[in-house]
Design a protein around this ligand. Structure first.
Ligand code: C2E
Ligand code: CA
Ligand code: CA
Length: 621
């Protein structure tokens, strides 16, 4: 019983796997013109042999009507073949064609058997040939519509067998039996083919799903579900060339979070992950669906906005992103807060290279981080000039003879109580033969960018030690180290060796470092500083008060002195707030038991105020 139901189900469209229906319909579509060609050609040939013997309604009218229908059908097929089918429309399409086969097969069979009595032995054999060859051809064409192929086998096969077995002719009976043998083999092939086809479609679907997943993994950031760096820059490239064609402008933004590292360090990595997810969501929400937003790595995000002509609200949008990111982020057990600095660069309407846009946004971001933290800065013509100047400085620095072109200026650090010079800070000067005198803030930064800072520091330190030789023994040397010097073990060891070889009491040498030298890898930096201190040299924290985490770090750094940044001194004589700030910084240093030096002291009035606060050691013009 079960087997019989199973047998019946092979004749039903319901037996078609809906997952496979689309592929089946697509494959079947291609066979339709061939199917009608076989039918028409075979029909015309049989009608021809019976022409004049059978009534013209059979030999002329019916074939002509069929050919007309076939031509219409093939034309109709061309229209359908162009449209994409859904699962449902594919099933509908297969069902309709099944019905057509069920309608046509008895018509054809009836027509052939109607002709049969009009013919002589040869012509009767032609009917047998017509029916068998047509069925085999049609089964081939119906390979992708198994129920129809099976139904066709029965509709043609049964009357065919009855008719020819009953004809009383041994040749015709043999043809009928032979016909069945071939039909059964055809059905077997049909089943095998259908199973292989289904398996192939399933494996193709599986492969396509895997490909989709691979594509997603290769192009998406799994944490934030935003596009990743690779896909972002690919899309950026495409957007730029499209914008160049359209003569429109794109804005590229680079976002860097401020204060993300402490969240990770203090609240843990899962809190850090939550912050990144939330930040990604806020950026996307603020910029809207037309913007392309991506996570470029770490705590860096990027976005691309398209500016229709005349639109000028992009800086506002970027500012809105900063504001959205600044809002506190609620965690299960804590509240995290980060800020964002953004560098923005516009493509030019005539088209811009991706590298130019990147460089511009990167520069604007660095500018924002150095000068306007937590805001969006648009890359401008001034920045462009600054970049040109910087690259000129880098070029000349690469060619420079440090020994000949670099010199030191020594600025005294004075105990204003005893009117005594305690030390000199060595300040680097570069007189370039091409550029003339270059400001130290410019060439030191250029040396850091180009990786020339380590050899430069060594040359300057040798010059400073040579100068120290000529000073009284109670006067010390204060020498600036760059963050890159602290970061390099070799560089620090060479400086240590220079201290040892110099023959001076190492405690006469102070190394000035800024907080930025510590931010990158605090543990490593304090190890290096401890090494210098073990040699007997001492450490001053430079530009104190300008950093962000001074209070977090200061008690953990091996320090001997603190230098209060000159920006606090400027308003000392006019502004009560400045006085209060300096007073509290001095108080803080006293609590930490660290002597402090006030930098940037220019006037007698400032000296008097500083003395009244209890601050005796000063440096300045
Ligand atoms: P810094 O270490 O904070 O150096 C103090 C800067 O303040 C010097 O500028 C100095 O000329 C300036 N200054 C000192 N007193 C006064 C004052 O009363 N008023 C005003 N307005 N300015 C004053 P300079 O020489 O231009 O150096 C700038 C920065 O360049 C230095 O800041 C330091 O970070 C860096 N630098 C200078 N020489 C070296 C060096 O040999 N190595 C390294 N790594 N950096 C250096
Ligand atoms: Ca300094
Ligand atoms: Ca300083």
């Amino acid at each position: 019983m079960v087997q019989f139901t199973q047998f019946l189900s092979y004749f039903s469209i319901a037996s078609i796997d809906p997952e496979v229906a689309q592929s089946q319909a697509k494959a079947f579509q291609k066979q339709i013109p061939l199917l009608y060609t076989i039918l028409s050609a075979n029909m015309v040939t049989l009608a021809y042999t019976y022409y004049g013997r059978a009534p013209s309604v059979l030999t002329v009218t019916m074939p002509l009507v069929f050919i007309a229908v076939a031509v219409t059908r093939v034309f109709f097929w061309r229209q359908i073949a162009r449209t994409e089918m859904t699962k449902e429309s594919a099933l509908f399409y297969l069902r309709t064609n099944y019905a057509v086969v069920c309608g046509l097969a008895p018509l054809m069979t009836g027509w052939a058997l109607w002709l049969y009595p009009y013919g002589d032995a040869y012509e009767k054999a032609h009917v047998a040939f017509f029916m068998s060859i047509t069925v085999i051809g049609c089964i081939f064409c119906l390979m992708h519509l198994r129920p129809a192929a099976l139904m066709l086998t029965l509709i043609v096969g049964i009357p065919f067998t009855i008719r020819f077995l009953m004809a009383g002719n041994i040749v015709l009976a043999a043809i009928a039996l032979n016909f069945w043998l071939v039909l059964l083999i055809m059905v077997y092939i049909l089943f095998r083919y259908y199973n292989d086809f289904t398996a192939l479609v399933h494996s193709q679907k599986h492969l396509a799903a895997l490909n989709d997943l691979n594509f997603k993994m290769a192009n998406n950031d799994s944490l934030t579900d935003l596009p990743n760096r690779r896909s972002f820059f690919r899309d950026l490239e495409a957007a730029l060339s499209q914008a160049a064609k359209d003569g429109t402008v794109c804005a590229f933004g680079l976002i860097d979070l401020d204060g993300f590292k402490p969240v990770n360090d203090v609240l843990g990595h899962s809190a850090g992950d939550r912050v990144l997810i939330e930040v990604g969501r806020r950026i996307r929400e603020t910029l809207g669906p037309s913007a392309l937003v991506a996570r470029l790595g770490g705590d860096e995000f990027g976005f691309l906005l398209f500016c229709p002509p005349g639109c000028c609200n992009l800086p506002f949008k970027a500012a809105a992103v900063c504001a959205a990111i600044r809002k506190p982020i609620q965690m299960p057990n804590a509240v995290a807060q980060v800020a964002a600095s953004i560098g923005l660069a516009y493509s030019s309407p005539g088209g811009s290279a991706q590298s130019d846009l990147l460089e511009g946004a990167d520069y604007a971001l660095h500018y924002a981080k150095a000068n306007q933290r937590g805001t969006a800065v648009v890359f401008s013509a001034q920045h462009e000039t600054a970049i040109r100047v910087q690259s000129r400085i880098e070029q000349e620095l690469r060619k420079a003879d440090f020994n000949a072109e670099m010199s030191l200026k020594f600025q005294p650090i004075v105990d204003s109580m005893r009117n005594q010079t305690l030390a000199y800070e060595a300040l680097a000067r570069w007189d370039s033969p091409v550029l003339g005198p270059v400001a130290p803030s410019d060439f030191i930064a250029a040396a850091e960018r180009t990786g020339l800072i380590n050899p430069l520091t060594e040359v300057l330190f040798a010059k400073a030690l040579a100068a120290l030789k000529t000073w009284p023994a109670r006067v010390s040397l204060s020498f600036n180290l760059s963050a890159c010097d602290i970061a390099s073990r070799e560089s620090i060891e060479r400086i240590g060796q220079m201290v040892e070889k110099s023959g001076f009491a190492p405690r006469r040498i102070y190394f000035e470092i800024t907080e930025t030298a510590l931010i990158h890898d605090f543990t490593q930096a304090t190890e290096r500083l401890s090494y210098l201190r073990r040699l007997g040299a001492r450490i001053s924290l430079d530009d104190f008060g300008t950093g962000y985490s001074s209070l977090n770090y200061i008690h953990r750094i091996p320090l001997d002195k603190v230098k209060v940044d000159r920006s606090f001194v400027a308003g000392l004589t006019t502004d009560q707030a400045s006085r209060d700030i300096v007073r509290s910084i001095v108080e803080l240093c006293r609590n930490l038991k660290l002597p402090c030096i006030i930098e940037g002291v220019e006037t007698i009035e400032q000296v008097i105020i500083l003395r009244s606060i209890g601050c005796m050691i000063m440096q300045g013009f």
